[in-house]
Design a protein around this ligand. Sequence first.
Ligand SMILES: [Zn+2]
Length: 109
Amino acid sequence: MNKVNILGTIYTIKKSNAKKDSNLVKADGYIDTTTKTIVLADLESDKNEYNSLDNIQLYADKVFRHELIHAFLFESGLACYGNDEKIVDWIAVQYPKLKEVFERLKVEK
Ligand SMILES: [Zn+2]
């Protein structure tokens, strides 16, 4: 199991599947703020839904980034925003574009 430091709080990252974890029946990832765990669906076991391994990895990365944003907002004391899927998705989807602009303009730090 991997760990990640989210603003000073250590989260455990683990993979599971819908058979073992019912929270993954309708979602491919979630965070548990009580146990400080990020749970990601083991998408490789559902290979038939995807066209290629590259697609699986791309989608898995998007899910992971989305769940990390939830955790960052929660650990910032912004649980109200962290529970807003639109805001979480906006940050997760737009982050690469924001990063590119910050780096190009050298305002990344
Ligand atoms: Zn979400």
